[in-house]
Design a protein around this ligand. Structure first.
Ligand code: S3P
Length: 169
């Protein structure tokens, strides 16, 4: 029986909040890959992108995932780009059920207003929506490979948890 729950999906799809609630419900530990990277390298993701570049961030993300995949009874909330990395996903799948949270571009636009995410930061709403649509088109095929897909436009994080709990029964 696989013992980790891995949440994948676009930025702003609700992975972190849903993951925290789910972990509490299951009595599992909660890990957010971005937070784990920030703690290990003592740098905020947006500073890492600015100072060292996206490629360095992606290597660190892979290294973090390799470590997390060795542990069990965790809800792992992944950064939006993880699902596109085949080897990272293979590692996570060995001991993890993969659940994708999805949302329409306009929903993501509303949820990603702060400048926390380097790929969407410092843009007008119009530019941000364009980037969201372009990135989502590339990533949607990867998110579709999940064991369970939940559309979160009209659900609350607690409702997402209920859907996941039903699926796990
Ligand atoms: C990214 C998503 C972010 C973070 C980084 C890159 C992406 O995580 O990993 O800014 O490529 O989609 P969230 O999905 O938690 O926002």
């Amino acid at each position: 029986m696989k013992s980790n729950i891995v949440l994948i999906g676009f930025m702003g799809s609700g992975k972190s909040i849903t993951g925290k609630l789910l972990a509490y419900r299951l009595g599992y530990s909660f890990v957010d890959t971005d937070t784990a990277i920030e703690q290990e390298y003592k740098t905020k993701i947006k500073d890492m992108f600015a100072k060292e570049g996206e490629a360095v961030f992606r290597q660190r993300e892979t290294a973090t995932i390799q470590k997390l995949a060795q542990k069990s009874h965790q809800v792992i909330s992944t950064g939006g780009g993880v699902a596109t990395k085949e080897t990272d996903m293979q590692e996570l799948r060995k001991n993890g059920i993969v659940i994708a949270l999805t949302a329409m571009p306009h929903t993501i636009l509303k949820r990603t207003g702060n400048d926390k995410r380097p790929l969407l930061a410092k843009k007008s709403n119009e530019e941000r929506l364009k980037t969201i649509i372009e990135l989502m088109a590339k990533r949607a095929p990867f998110y579709k490979k999940a064991d369970l897909i939940i559309k979160t436009d009209d659900t609350t994080p607690l409702q997402n948890v209920e859907i996941i709990m039903k699926y796990l029964k």
